[in-house]
Ligand binder design. Structure first.
Ligand code: NAD
Length: 510
């Protein structure tokens, strides 16, 4: 049984998908795939509701978000159960990485939107006869398309930001995890959000593609590189702005002076949390030669303590669907065929009914192997021994991805210097994967890992047009640059040019 199966079309020719829990394969229910007409109807509802929503003050909008926090606190067990049942992740992970992060995002943006998006007066350095005001206007209707790996927070967080900026939303969640997104809609509805401001359309890639073409004002996409490229092409053709939060192949660098116990535990968490299905999972490790044996042994020891399962206390959950298992198996097979050594794991877990792959550590890996080049999105920890830190940096940057990275050293100054040398949107020193949860941090990738940034001030402003309003202060009949263009005026401008940028006084003044 696959996790998502297409069942017969309904009377009106609509496709339906049947979903199952990836941990137990127990049925979860069915959804109807939203067609282009459903998407257009949702955009129209959003368009109508947006004007009224944008008229509210930041405080009024913030009160809705604060109410959602209260609803989450009341219903957190149900939310955790929904997330776990459709992803197979441990409840502790669902609570820590989705529910708590969601509450923080709601509270953070509700409290700070006025400071970040409020009208500002900007003092001018040169045109002293003018005044400048910058205002952040909502874009209108924002289309948000989300993946399955964090189905609750990756839907709720962009929704919270887009709403605080005054937009209405059409959200299209992953077909693998529709119920968490439906819950997001319910929570906002329970908080009294005006009808039409947040619209969820369930469905698969076809529904997502329809949303991209539905005349929205921005697409906020989180998902794979392949789909992101298609979304960007469609947005480019229509000149619709988009942010793309895509895949990663995050490197971990272990220096000789690292706290090896902490680094090994960090590697095991970074590689196996959410069964390795995190865009910022640690996907490849470079450890300097002199500590490689000890570090690797500590990783193996920490991995042996992990409990994989679906009930009671467990640490590592399921893989979302069979095609993901196939990718993981293909990467491991490629590595073993090219000479890698398997230290632990390396197979589907035979004791579980659902889709499980055992936490796997590989050594003697080389940079040609798929485990070091392509995003695996599974519980794999390939460890490569390198002669020194410079080599580690070279390998870390030898990738078409650049989302996140982590560096481990007791010398924090060196850690920050090495972080600067890594080509990625985010780097963590002596921890891993934490960047998305640091709400102030602009989050996003370079190279194929994405375009644009989400979260923090920069992310919130991404849901707005910045409009500059320049106001003349003194009036008068004419301005220096206006007609007529006389010889006298030309001479005066030349003297101004030399004074302003050709003398130290002018440079200081300007
Ligand atoms: P995916 O690209 O297969 O799907 C993402 C979403 O796009 C889904 O809702 C899907 O239905 C929709 N979609 C599919 N085809 C579409 C099309 N043609 N037009 C518009 N929408 C379409 O990704 P996934 O498998 O759901 O998620 C895993 C990927 O997401 C991994 O690569 C992971 O690294 C990445 N990811 C990135 C971040 C980040 O913040 N950078 C966060 C989480 C996941």
């Amino acid at each position: 049984m696959a996790l998502v199966e297409q069942v017969e079309q309904s009377g009106e020719g609509r496709r339906r998908l049947r979903l199952a829990n990836p941990a137990t394969l127990a049925p979860l229910g069915e959804i109807e795939v939203g067609a282009a007409a459903d998407v257009h109807a949702a955009v129209e509802r959003a368009r109508k509701a947006q004007l009224g929503w944008a008229d509210l003050s930041f405080e009024e909008r913030g009160r809705y978000l604060q109410r959602v926090v209260r609803v989450i606190l009341e219903r957190h067990d149900e939310i955790v159960a929904t997330i776990s049942s459709e992803t197979g992740k441990p409840p502790t992970e669902a609570l820590a990485t989705e529910v708590m992060t969601a509450c923080d995002a709601l509270h953070f943006y509700a409290k700070r939107a006025r400071r970040i998006l409020g009208e500002r007066r900007v003092p001018l350095h040169l045109m002293l006869t003018k005044k400048l005001r910058v205002i952040y206007k909502p874009l209108g209707v924002v289309g948000i398309i989300t993946p399955w790996n964090f189905p609750f927070v990756l839907a709720l967080n962009p929704v919270a930001q887009a709403l605080m900026a005054g937009n209405a939303i059409v959200l299209k969640p992953s077909e693998a995890t529709p119920f968490s997104a439906r819950l997001v809609e319910e929570l906002f509805s329970a908080a009294g959000l005006p009808e039409g401001v947040l619209n969820v359309v369930l469905g698969d890639g076809e529904t997502g593609a329809a949303l991209v073409e539905a005349d929205v004002d921005k697409i906020v996409f989180t998902g794979s590189v392949a789909t992101g490229r298609r979304v960007a092409e469609a947005c480019g053709r229509q000149l619709v702005p988009c942010t793309l939060e895509l895949g990663g192949k995050d490197p971990m660098i272990v220096c000789a002076d690292a706290d090896l116990e902490r680094a090994a535990r960090g590697a095991v968490y970074g590689a196996f949390a959410n069964s390795g299905q995190v865009c910022t999972s640690t996907e490849r490790v470079y450890v300097v030669d002199e500590v490689a044996d000890r570090f690797t042994q500590l990783c193996v020891d920490a991995t042996s303590e992990l409990r994989q399962g679906s009930t009671g206390e467990f640490d590592v959950g399921a893989i979302i669907w069979p095609q993901q298992l196939d990718t993981i198996e293909a990467h491991v097979a490629d590595a073993l065929q090219r000479g890698a050594t398997l230290l632990t794991g390396g197979r589907r877990n035979p004791n579980e009914a659902g889709f499980y792959y055992e936490p796997t550590i590989l050594t003697n890996v080389s940079h040609e192997m798929r485990v070091m080049r392509d995003e695996t999105f599974g519980p794999l920890l390939p460890i490569m021994r390198v002669p020194d830190e410079a080599a580690a940096l070279r390998y870390a940057n030898d990738s078409r991805y650049g989302l996140n990275a982590n560096v481990w050293t007791r010398n924090k100054h060196k850690g920050a210097e090495m972080a600067r040398a890594i080509e990625s949107g985010c780097v963590v020193v002596n921890d891993c994967m934490v960047t998305y949860a640091v709400t102030e941090a602009p989050f996003g990738g370079v190279k194929e890992s994405g375009i644009g940034r989400v979260n923090g001030e920069m992310g919130l402003r991404g849901y707005c047009h910045a409009q500059s309003i320049v106001i003349d202060r003194f009036g008068g009949r004419s301005e220096l640059f206006w007609y007529p263009y006389t010889r006298r005026k030309l001479g005066m401008m030349k003297r101004m040019l030399r004074l302003m940028w050709g003398t130290s006084l002018g440079r200081w003044l300007s």
